[in-house]
Design a binder for this molecule. Structure first.
Ligand code: ZN
Length: 163
């Protein structure tokens, strides 16, 4: 992701839930090359620092059995803290989805693929369904960045994509 794309993703995060969206994204990006599973990547935000006590978690509205470290306090507002497990996973998943799509664009371009098909996820929303068609490889809408958080759409190749 380039700086512009990182800023765009940051602007999609709810500022009433995230204390420092840009910082959270950059932290995850630093680890992304080493951790490929979004669930594990989200642990970078959730489990950093020292483990919160059960009392701290109860006060913040976090499930007392969730493994949550003090780093979460710097990422989430009081409102965001209670949903931090879901929010961190949503962000890690968004980064993985964007990265996979950008990677496909670059890889296919090197292989002389001219066009790709935006492939909506089976249970996608109506606005993503409308995007299902062929695009020049580097003009295709990028899942999440050009759609919405939680988007799990991807790209596929058609029979005529090399023409
Ligand atoms: Zn979608």
């Amino acid at each position: 992701m380039n700086d512009k794309q990182i800023e765009k993703l940051a602007s999609m995060l709810d500022p009433s839930l995230w204390k420092n969206p840009l910082g959270a994204i950059k932290t995850l990006l630093q680890h992304q090359g080493k951790i490929f599973d979004p669930r594990k990547l989200s642990h970078v935000i959730l489990r950093g620092g020292t483990e919160l006590t059960k009392d701290d978690k109860k006060k913040a509205g976090i499930n007392p059995n969730a493994k949550t470290g003090s780093a979460a306090l710097s990422c989430f507002t009081d409102d965001g803290l209670k949903d931090c497990v879901d929010l961190a996973f949503e962000l890690a998943l968004a980064i993985a989805t964007i990265d996979e799509s950008l990677d496909k664009q670059q890889r296919w371009k090197r292989q002389n693929v001219k066009r790709l098909i935006f492939a909506p996820a089976p249970d996608c929303c109506d606005s993503c369904k409308k995007l299902e068609k062929e695009y020049p490889v580097d003009k295709a809408p990028i899942p999440v960045l050009d759609t919405h958080l939680g988007c799990r759409c991807s790209y596929t190749m058609g029979a005529n994509c090399f023409d």
